[in-house]
Design a protein around this ligand. Structure first.
Ligand code: PLP
Length: 487
């Protein structure tokens, strides 16, 4: 077990977490089979040279997740694995050779999307109720009835021209941006926008600067392009631009300046100017992911980085996933004018874009004012949910818990001291039917972070007080157990 315990993938995480992951992996690949008795905690602690509490903590999490059971007076035993756990784990086992590429194996190992069960506090999901489905259906039906040949074909213009005009106008009005409609490119989601940027702006092996912690979807896209991720620490003011000085050279930086994902920091004006200056001096590119800026609850939203950029160094990425619904798979980018033709051509060659009925319907949806009305109505829903969540969490907030990102978007982040095992806390919450995510899971290189990312977009308002109260209790318990372990 100690060889697995020295896994470089988990090195640097709290010992309890490393031990938990090592035993879990051994159970999943059936190195430890059902019925195997684990060594007594005292013996194992001595053997590994760790505190007994570390072993007990790892065992109790394994028990809570159903991997082991403790039999009174007899010891701790491996439980049978449910078939659903067994199947995906075996091909990934390092001991079972498979014909998966090294890049594919890395992606599979770091996959996070399928962990998120849709239930209260799931992050990233919006509320579907403000979306005017009847209007949307009517618009789609109208255009299906009118189908012209070019709507059934691939599209080589970077998107339906009236839609590009409508998006450009929306961005001028709401994000302080100066742009021509021709600079807009409609894509099938932010990850496709990012993949296009990586194809045209970087080569395999190049370094891309990213925020640490980082949006996993962006991380996976960069890995798929065989890029090296260099994490720059973030704080309450977003990416710490001053630290870029110590980073290996890069020509691309990816940021979420309006609402850092996941910590919620807002990139300060000073840092915005510093980042743009760096990009100008280094002839580098800034990828601005403005995924949820439609939802702002306090004060005036800061203007986008793109709006401050006077040298055309920023690629702006927007999406309809949060403002409308994720399954729509429609997003857009604003490309510096010198890049427009190259992006259009490569997009056309690689992705063969289409779905023109949806684009035509969307153009009308925006022009007729439905888009802004939907955002207004959704903003009210989210403001209520956010307030209810903050009220419910109040008892566990205090000097030990800093709250980040609550003024904007669909999630907030609670920051704890690094002694709190946020992964175990999220696992406990899952057992109570609450999907929160451990902040440390988003880390690139920073291991000393702990917190919870909590979504309120999808969480029903009627249940917020009760669900929030239960979550607050779990948090309070985790904080006090971290305190007593420290003492
Ligand atoms: C930081 C960030 N960017 C973008 C998106 C949206 O991506 P897409 O347009 O692919 O749905 C998300 C969704 O959760 C996100 O968290």
């Amino acid at each position: 077990m100690s060889a697995v315990f020295a896994d470089p993938q988990t090195a640097g995480r709290p010992l309890r977490q490393q031990l938990y992951l090592a035993v879990k992996a051994a159970i999943e690949v059936q190195v430890l089979r059902s019925g195997t008795r684990l060594p007594a905690s005292r013996v194992l602690a001595e053997e590994l040279g760790v505190a007994r509490n570390t072993v007990l903590g790892a065992f109790s999490r394994l028990e809570a997740e159903g991997f082991v059971e403790s039999r009174h007076g007899s010891g701790t035993y491996v439980r049978p694995l449910p078939a659903t756990r067994l199947a995906p784990s075996r091909p990934l086992s390092p001991t079972v050779p498979r014909r998966v590429s090294a890049r594919g194996a890395r992606l599979l190992k770091q996959a996070m999307a399928d962990e998120l069960e849709v239930q209260p506090f799931t992050q990233g999901l919006p509320d579907f109720s403000p979306f005017p489905l009847a209007v949307w259906q009517k618009l789609q039906n109208k255009h299906w009835r009118l189908s012209y040949a070019d709507m059934l074909d691939y599209n080589d213009t970077g998107g339906f021209t009236p839609l590009k005009r409508a998006i450009a106008q929306h961005l001028r009005l709401t994000r302080g941006m100066t742009l021509n409609a021709d600079q807009v490119l409609v894509t099938a989601g932010t990850q496709q926008s990012l993949a296009l940027c990586m194809t045209l702006l970087a080569d395999p092996g190049d370094t891309v600067w990213v925020e640490d912690p980082l949006y996993w979807g962006a991380a996976q896209t960069f890995r798929a392009s065989s890029l090296k991720l260099h994490g720059i620490p973030t704080d309450a003011q977003g990416l710490n631009v001053a630290l870029c000085r110590h980073a290996p050279p890069a020509r691309v930086v990816y940021v979420t300046p309006s609402h850092q994902y996941p910590t919620g920091g807002v990139l300060s004006l000073e840092r915005r100017h510093a980042l743009l200056q760096w990009a100008h001096d280094a002839q580098a590119w800034v990828l601005e992911d403005d995924y949820d800026s439609e939802f702002h609850f306090a004060g005036e939203p800061m203007s986008s980085l793109h709006g401050l950029d006077t040298h055309e160094r920023v690629f702006y990425l927007g999406t309809f996933s949060k403002a409308l619904y994720p399954g729509i798979k429609m997003a857009y980018m604003v490309v510096p004018s010198m890049w427009v033709e190259a992006f259009k051509r490569v997009h056309y060659d690689l992705h063969r874009p289409g779905q023109m009925h949806q684009q035509v319907a969307m153009a009308e949806f925006i022009e007729m004012g439905h888009f802004h009305a939907t955002i207004r109505s959704a903003r009210q829903h989210y403001a209520q949910r956010r307030s209810a969540l903050l009220r419910a969490l109040q008892p566990c907030l205090g000097p030990q818990v800093r709250i980040g990102g609550a003024e904007q978007g669909l999630h907030l982040c609670l920051h704890f001291s690094p002694q709190v095992d946020d992964v175990a806390l999220a696992a406990q919450a899952a057992q109570h039917g609450l999907t929160v995510r451990a902040l440390s899971r988003y880390a690139v290189a920073r291991r000393q972070i702990s917190g919870l990312v909590i979504g309120y977009g999808y969480a029903p308002l009627g249940r917020m007080a009760e669900d929030g109260r239960r979550l607050a209790q779990l948090i309070a318990r985790a904080l006090s157990s971290a305190r007593s372990t420290n003492d």
